[in-house]
Ligand binder design. Structure first.
Ligand code: ZN
Length: 230
């Protein structure tokens, strides 16, 4: 249980920036690529500048940009929960607690990291007690991201069926957020999260792993091309 809670927290830390970015419509990235291309980096820097401009010249709520209110309120709610989680842990493990977030601050990651570190070094029961809270935070982030990504086609090549543009983000029955490959695709059982309508499916918790698989498959293709060219 302890390891799962820490893993769930790490997932939340990884996807927190996506949630924050998703509150500005049109800035959503389909999923987290482990490496950014120079163009993607430029866009990111640009987004950060817009973000900075919005935060400093306008109070939240009176911003002229179309901020996605549902995502913003989810982010604020989760920030409060993450702060509470960390603040409740401090006295139990006799660790100094973090300062609460200041006005206009929307970063839950310091509190999530703090909690992850305490759980990793603490006894099993400590993580057990926080499991529902951590699960809730993870679910809410996943749901918010899916509001943005639902139906989106990803511009990647599936490492198993080698087709491009066949991955779609979908909400499956039961509200599970997942990537579904629409190709003629039969990955080995150990590589598939689950199946849906005969197609392989990877729930959002597996996306960091999935991104790694795509990157290493692309790397292999690149090296093969280089070998042919040389
Ligand atoms: Zn496929």
């Amino acid at each position: 249980m302890k390891n799962e809670v820490v893993e769930d927290l790490e997932w939340c830390i990884e996807y927190w920036p996506d949630l924050i970015e998703a509150r500005l419509p049109g800035t959503a990235r389909p999923w987290r690529q482990p490496q950014l291309s120079p163009e993607a980096k430029l866009k990111r820097d640009w987004d950060a500048r817009i973000d900075w401009a919005l935060r400093t010249t306008h109070a939240l709520g009176e911003s002229p940009a179309p901020v996605d209110v549902a995502i913003l309120s989810t982010a604020l709610d989760l920030l409060v929960r993450a702060d509470d989680l960390a603040a409740d842990l401090g006295p139990v493990v006799m660790c100094p607690i973090l300062a609460p977030p200041g006005p206009g601050e929307l970063d839950a990651r310091p509190y999530l990291r703090y909690a992850a570190a305490r759980f990793a070094e603490g006894p099993e029961w400590l993580a057990d007690g926080a499991e529902p809270t951590v699960r809730h935070i993870q679910q809410k982030i996943a749901q918010a991201l899916c509001m943005v990504y639902d139906g989106q086609t990803l511009a990647v090549t599936c490492p198993w069926c080698s087709e491009t543009g066949v991955w779609r983000v979908q909400t499956l029955p039961g509200g599970q957020v997942a990537i579904v490959c629409g190709g003629v695709c039969e990955p080995p059982q150990r590589d598939v999260g689950t199946w849906w309508g005969g197609q392989p499916v990877w729930p959002i918790a597996q996306w960091p792993w999935l991104a790694q698989r795509v990157m290493s498959a692309e790397e292999k293709v690149r090296r093969a091309r280089e070998a042919i060219a040389s």
